[in-house]
Design a protein around this ligand. Structure first.
Ligand SMILES: Nc1ncnc2c1ncn2[C@@H]1O[C@H](COP(=O)(O)OP(=O)(O)O)[C@@H](O)[C@H]1O
Ligand SMILES: [Mg+2]
Length: 276
């Protein structure tokens, strides 16, 4: 019902296409994350050059683009798994040199330790850091609550659905209290309903933790629902990409936003841009 209503509102309005901005001049004060003319080559084969952007604290940027355009490569440079071949990638003004506890990565498959309980999986980074058992348990319970897994702390991964396993993966990253969370198509393997609920969770978690998030996806809907801004990548070899600002009402995690006229307009604008 309500979706028909939202669509008719759009049809009644004068058509106004959201315009992308140039990505060439990042104008963020005190950015958490910054790329300055970053280039990358695999074995001499250029993948991207002159890529520049900046992210402000607490911001969620959705990196959207077709398969092979370089999304994972960007995320891997932020994670410190790959070094730029040119330019510089910075976190808090310092050059990124390898992985660090200030960044947490959520992958498509949660890669949980099957022989450990949910609580032990979540608090694994604290165990590595030599934190005492009582503290580990407390953090595990807090993080389980944050991702909606209260009551499952003592379950084993095989007892969980795919969506719940991904919640554990998310909680495990959050337990390390990263400044920046990196998510590489984390929900692509899940069914649509589970995926939408987890998108809402990501926004709710951002409200509560203020974590800056770089979220890679190839779903336009996911990018529009989650992102404060969307970087639409096509071919990064000349460093150009489109940036769209998302203007949806707070709280952003409200599923009704999927029916909002601004959501539908932006989805259409991005779709047309990708196809043109
Ligand atoms: N380990 C690798 N060695 C060589 N080329 C790679 C490697 N990983 C990715 N590539 C190439 O780099 C480009 C960008 O890949 P990637 O960042 O994984 O794209 P996306 O995540 O957007 O699908 C693709 O052309 C891909 O084939
Ligand atoms: Mg990828």
């Amino acid at each position: 019902m309500s979706s028909y209503k939202a669509l008719s509102v759009v049809a009644d309005q004068p058509f106004e296409t959201p315009e992308p901005n140039s990505s060439k001049a990042p104008s963020v004060m005190n950015p958490v994350l910054k790329f300055e003319k970053v280039g990358f080559q695999y074995d001499g084969r250029p993948i991207m050059r002159d890529v520049s952007f900046a992210m402000q604290p607490g911001e969620i940027v959705a990196v959207l683009g077709p398969s092979g355009c370089g999304k994972t490569t960007i995320l891997n440079m932020v994670a410190g798994f790959l070094d730029p071949t040119d330019g510089v990638a910075l976190i808090d003004g310092r050059e990124i040199r390898g992985p660090g506890p200030d960044r947490g990565v959520v992958f498509q498959a949660a890669a949980l330790f099957d022989w450990m309980t949910v609580a032990d999986n979540i608090s694994f980074s604290l165990r590595c850091a030599g934190r005492p058992r009582a503290e580990r348990r407390q953090v595990a319970e807090e993080m389980a609550a944050l991702v909606g897994l209260t009551g499952f702390e003592d379950a084993y991964p095989y007892q969980l659905s795919g969506g719940m396993r991904q919640r554990v993966g998310l909680a495990r990253v959050l337990a390390a209290k990263p400044k920046v969370m990196l998510m590489d198509e984390p929900f692509s393997a899940l069914d649509v309903q589970t995926r939408e609920v987890l998108q809402e969770e990501v926004l709710r978690i951002r409200e509560r933790t203020g974590c800056t998030t770089l979220f890679v996806t190839h779903s336009i809907d996911e990018a529009v629902f989650l992102g404060d801004r969307i970087f639409l990548l096509t071919d990064l070899k000349d460093g150009a990409f489109d940036t769209f600002s998302v203007d949806l009402p707070a709280p952003r995690g409200n599923p009704e936003n999927r029916l909002h006229p601004a959501f539908i307009r932006l989805r259409e604008a991005i779709y047309r841009r990708m196809r043109h």
